[in-house]
Design a protein around this ligand. Structure first.
Ligand code: AMP
Length: 386
């Protein structure tokens, strides 16, 4: 459900966090980033509470166990009203499963029916494995409880005027066989490729994807431009996704994707990928296409330039390490060593998700943050003791 956005790789940080408190045993799984977790933590620590992990998710547990909240008719709702930032959260007690989604709907969370039981997952592709039937999404600001009595819903926050669904789920993060925020991820990406071909056409011979992140958009680009789609890279399936690797990622890049000389040699190649973050892997991959004999490289990106950090659950580095943060598109093109570079526009992106900026968070592209962030959101902030 979650990849690490706060806290280091400590055993105690592994989810679900399982604790025993005055109301019994509860297991907690959380996807997202709480932006006021440090304040909550230091308030509790000042009153003598002991924390076991260095993740923001532990804040939920202390808030739920707080006598102030336990005295209210809906202790979980009271706890959720105190946290800021993004969360899709799942709690399991001995007799029930409880799911909740933050009030702006940053992170996805879906419900499915499996026989007489229920499933909850961030991505609907998880349901397909069990042949469970996707019923609906958990609404932003909603708490859904599943027990012997069935599904019971309540709200901890009123329906928001604006949503902040993470558009990067559609661009990169979610699997293409999922439906996220009510839309097919593959279809959104395919459409992004079509829009990209209209916004930034290329005079070229073939289209190749950077697998797997660029696959769907490359199909859309090829379809809309009338260019042939071919396989410029073959993935080594025995090496993990680079961005999860700790430390220097540059040497893992080379072994993961191998350029196919017979496809690209002497060709003017459109290369489609979903996004450029630091630029390091992108540069290495493009360089390997050059070495394999590509004559021209026209890079097309199915996201706008990422210029701002994310505080709501996507693990981008701070803006000093984002290649597009302090560069023009022309400077990024030069840095990557390609003949042309085109990013999809924010309007094109909204067209592809059939949505508006009032429904999706686009802060990493626009700097327009849907919620104020007051804390230092460094990933290891809670590891550093004052
Ligand atoms: P780079 O620009 O060298 O950092 O690598 C960009 C590649 O990493 C693209 O193919 C993206 O699909 C992938 N990527 C997507 N999200 C992230 C992320 N949060 N951190 C790092 N890389 C990512």
């Amino acid at each position: 459900m979650r990849y690490s956005t706060t806290g280091t790789q400590r055993i105690q940080n592994i989810q679900p966090l399982v604790i025993e408190y005055s109301q019994g045993i509860v297991a907690v799984a959380h996807n997202g980033n709480l932006t006021n977790a440090r304040t909550i933590r230091s308030d509790y620590e000042a009153r003598g509470s002991i924390f076991q992990t260095s993740t923001d998710s532990e804040a939920f547990i202390h808030l739920m166990a707080d006598p102030r909240n336990l005295a209210t008719p809906d202790p979980l709702g009271a706890a959720l009203r105190e946290v800021r930032g993004s969360f899709a959260i799942l709690l399991m007690t001995q007799d029930r499963l409880v799911a909740a989604r933050d009030r702006l709907g940053f992170r996805p969370l879906s419900i499915a029916k499996l026989g007489t039981g229920w499933m909850v997952a961030s991505e609907t592709c998880a349901f397909d494995l069990f042949e469970a039937e996707h019923v609906r999404d958990v609404d932003p600001g909603e708490i859904v409880e599943f027990s012997a009595e069935g599904l019971v819903s309540r709200r901890f926050a009123p329906p928001p005027k604006k949503l902040a669904q993470c558009v990067f789920e559609h661009i990169y993060f979610a699997r293409p066989d999922s439906r996220i925020f009510g839309r097919s991820v593959h279809k959104v990406r395919y459409r992004l490729g079509e829009i990209l071909a209209k916004e930034h056409p290329a005079d070229a011979d073939i289209v190749v994807a950077i697998p797997d992140s660029g696959n769907s958009a490359a199909m859309g680009f090829a379809q809309a431009s009338g260019l042939r789609l071919d396989r410029g890279f073959i993935r080594n399936y025995y090496v993990g996704r680079t961005f999860i690797m700790p430390g220097d990622r540059s040497n893992t890049v080379e072994v993961k994707l191998n350029a196919v000389r017979e496809v690209v040699q002497g060709k003017r190649v459109v290369v489609v990928d979903d996004s450029i973050v630091r630029g390091t892997t992108s540069r290495a991959r493009l360089n390997s296409l050059r070495k394999a004999g590509a004559k021209e490289l026209h890079l097309r990106i199915s996201a706008p330039p990422i210029r701002h950090g994310c505080y709501f659950g996507i693990d981008f580095p701070d803006s000093s390490k984002l290649v597009a943060a302090n560069r023009t598109v022309e400077q990024v093109r030069d840095y990557l060593g390609v003949d042309s570079l085109g990013y999809v526009s924010v309007d094109g992106l909204m067209d592809a998700v059939s949505g508006t900026r009032n429904e999706f968070c686009t802060a990493c592209f626009t700097g327009d943050y849907p919620e104020k962030v007051e804390e230092d959101m460094d990933k290891q902030a809670m590891e550093r003791r004052n």
